[in-house]
Write a protein that binds this ligand. Structure first.
Ligand code: AMP
Ligand code: ZN
Length: 302
């Protein structure tokens, strides 16, 4: 690494440290599991939290999404071995008896069969994948007694999600966002969820990629080939154009959202009209607002 590269890498690490401090993301006695997909974001996050001396282990879910995901899992294995970080690797086929592609196909057939056919956009494989990942990561993190589950979401991801939620016109879906979510002690609405943290919250895609390339991490930079979320893709394209024309627009969007978040929680959060309490799914025991959680509905075709 050249001197300039070293300086930029240090500045990047400091930015993450500041986010952790400012938002109180990590306590001294936290046991952190980093949700590792094998991509650049979670690999960079794992490396930096480990470098900063936190108690971290890696948690990966093999989703069986073909060559791309098996390459990612190989990369995670090699990375953890090289840096002597404990890896917990779980296979979705062993946990659920099926991979994402199979589950998605079944749920698609199921939806159209019930007459309530959803559009291709709404029933994207990303939705199935998201439900499975959320469920598996929370379940395993809780079983492993983690106090924090860290994900590699960056500023690009967050700004896209904020804008998507606004355009969908449902302010309450943004409640579960911000640099730290879920699992707050004494908070009934998030009981059963391991607290999630996003230390890369203010880092752009480009910054993360640059750091990963400086350090020569062996990761795939291409997006998942199955990705079919048309709406997100459109928003992503628009934000790239907006950012070129109005630099800083992403950061302003996310910071404004964070300013509104306390008001959103007050108006739409736990205990407010229409907000169902969190209970447990009668089939798997995971936290759920309904009798059967979204994962079990998917797997058991209910
Ligand atoms: P994505 O939903 O693919 O945008 O990923 C967002 C974050 O979820 C990543 O930065 C990881 O922290 C985590 N993640 C995604 N896929 C996996 C996986 N297969 N195993 C563990 N964590 C994952
Ligand atoms: Zn369930």
């Amino acid at each position: 690494m050249s001197m300039i590269e070293q300086k930029r890498a240090k500045a990047f690490e400091n930015k993450i440290k500041r986010t952790i401090e400012r938002y109180g993301l990590i306590d001294k006695d936290d046991k952190i599991l980093v949700a590792c997909s094998g991509g650049k974001d979670s690999t960079v996050l794992l490396y930096i939290l480990h470098k900063l001396g936190y108690d971290v282990e890696a948690l990966s879910i093999d989703l069986h999404l073909g060559e791309h995901s098996s390459q990612n899992m190989d990369n995670v294995r090699r990375f953890c071995k090289k840096h002597k970080i404990r890896l917990h690797l779980f296979d979705i086929k062993k946990m659920l008896g099926k991979g994402i592609i199979e589950l998605d196909k079944e749920s698609r057939g199921n939806r159209s069969g019930k007459g309530g056919r959803k559009s291709r956009k709404e029933s994207s494989i990303c939705m199935t994948c998201g439900i499975v990942k959320r469920w598996a990561l929370n379940r395993k993190a809780r079983e492993l007694k983690a106090t924090k589950l860290a994900t590699g979401h960056n500023l690009n991801d967050e700004s896209e999600t904020v804008l998507m939620n606004l355009l969908k016109g449902n302010p309450e879906i943004g409640l579960n966002m911000g640099p730290m979510t879920g699992g707050h002690r004494n908070d009934k609405s998030s009981r059963g969820f391991v607290q999630r943290i996003k230390p890369l919250y203010f880092c752009t895609n480009e910054e993360v990629r640059e750091y990963s390339e400086y350090l020569g991490f062996s990761v795939l930079y291409e997006p998942c080939p199955h990705s079919s979320n048309v709406f997100r893709r459109k928003i992503r394209r628009e934000l790239i154009e907006l950012e070129k024309e109005y630099p800083g627009v992403r950061l302003r969007l996310v910071k404004n959202f964070l300013k509104l978040l306390p008001k959103l929680s007050k108006d739409y959060g736990a205990g407010k009209a229409g907000e169902k309490n969190i209970g447990v799914c009668e089939l798997c025991g995971e936290p759920s607002r309904n009798r059967v959680c979204r994962l079990c509905s998917l797997v058991n075709k209910r």
